[in-house]
Design a protein around this ligand. Structure first.
Ligand SMILES: Nc1ncnc2c1ncn2[C@@H]1O[C@H](COP(=O)(O)OP(=O)(O)OP(=O)(O)O)[C@@H](O)[C@H]1O
Length: 363
């Protein structure tokens, strides 16, 4: 609540935003605030859906260089032109697009330019843009989720958006709907959103005839199916949904993030596409070229230079090393701690006999 208060500077709006955030979390678990005796947020006090949205901020940032349309590469430009043509031509029947691109191929930049272009027309057009709920949204610091845009999507395939609601009106007004991280969304969500858009738009065309731009990366995370097998996960993907067949698909392959390092970009692509040879025939185990591997001690030297001390603790508290496993995290933490001056203390964590917290005095 304090965060909302600080951000919105208004107790009533902060309370509404806080209740809406709690509702989103509960809905994601299939529960409702009512189940816990909580009131519902007053919708009149809620922020417009697009404001305060991290994904929008990211996209707006990506769009800063947008006025130079020629900056888009040929692959991005093909999608851009196709989507724009669809927005501008009401007779266009095929309005559902899917962009597959590994990380760094410029998907965010592409949406950024599309959104910027539509909003900066003499007659500005609206764009709705969201990502799958849960992990993706929580990483986006208040990002707009499928839930917050379309309401609760449940197993019985209905949406809580009513036809007269502000959300329904926003959907009607949108010239383009962008659905990022689409491959994390279960196929069911596609069905529910399709049905909702048909109802809202009073049209039997796919997604009610809205121009939809889905994007994602097959090399990243697929839907999470609790205790599901690999087959269950694949079956829950939007690719198994009948709507997949109506999507006009594009591939971005040029890695813009890897810049001029063509070898690295090509290696990443082959890795993501599962085209690298397996080591000793063991599936999913590949050899990483020696030159790409960094010694852990060198990495620690780089991130936490030797001269660090408690005097500049603020400075290195902002640095971080990501580790794939807790065990490696413990090893790296131990090595880093050795480099900090001061007497060490070890604190046991109740009920977790194998967990200890090691800190340095004054740290
Ligand atoms: N046409 C372009 N010209 C120059 N730089 C570009 C172009 N497209 C993208 N970039 C830059 O490449 C980097 C990666 O782009 P972007 O974040 O849009 O990729 P992405 O596919 O969304 O990646 P991820 O899936 O990891 O989020 C960014 O720094 C972006 O500014």
């Amino acid at each position: 609540m304090e965060d909302f208060n600080w951000r919105l500077q208004d107790v009533d709006r902060a309370r509404a935003a806080c209740l809406a955030a709690i509702e989103d979390l509960l809905r994601a678990q299939g529960k409702s605030p009512v189940d816990y005796g909580l009131p519902l947020a007053d919708p009149r006090l809620l922020e417009p859906l697009q404001q305060d949205d991290a994904l929008f901020r990211e996209i707006d940032a990506a769009a800063r260089w947008a006025p130079q349309v020629e900056a888009l590469n040929a692959e991005q430009r093909t999608v851009y032109d196709r989507v724009m043509a669809t927005v501008d031509d009401p007779r266009e029947v095929s309005r559902t697009f899917f962009v597959d691109g590994p990380g760094g191929t410029g998907k965010t930049t592409l949406y950024g330019y599309l959104i910027w272009s539509l909003r900066h027309r003499p007659q500005p057009l609206e764009v709705l843009c969201f990502a799958y709920t849960g992990i993706a949204a929580s990483l986006m610091d208040g990002g707009m989720t499928v839930h917050s845009t379309f309401g609760t999507l449940t197993e019985d395939s209905t949406s809580t958006v009513t036809m007269q609601s502000e959300r329904a009106q926003k959907i009607r007004n949108a010239a383009l709907i962008v659905w990022d991280e689409a491959l994390m969304s279960p196929g069911l969500q596609l069905t529910v959103v399709d049905r909702l858009l048909r109802d809202v738009m009073v049209s039997e065309l796919p997604f009610g005839g809205k121009t939809m731009l889905f994007a994602g990366d097959f090399r990243q995370i697929l839907p999470v199916v609790r205790r599901g097998t690999r087959a269950d996960i694949v079956m829950s993907s939007i690719k198994e949904n009948g709507l997949w067949s109506v999507m006009e698909r594009f591939n971005l392959v040029q890695n813009m993030r890897a810049g001029n390092d063509a070898d690295f970009a090509s290696w990443l692509l082959r890795l993501g596409n599962g085209q690298l040879p397996a080591v000793d025939g063991v599936p999913d185990i590949v050899q990483i070229p020696r030159e790409m591997v960094c010694d852990v001690a060198d990495l620690i030297d780089f991130v936490y230079p030797q001269e660090m001390s408690l005097a500049n603790v603020e400075e290195f508290a902002r640095r971080v090393i990501l580790c794939p496993t807790n065990e490696e995290c413990g090893d790296v933490n131990g090595d880093v701690l050795e480099r900090v001056d001061g007497r060490e203390m070890t604190i046991g964590i109740p009920k977790k006999s194998d967990h200890v917290l090691r800190i340095r005095h004054q740290c």
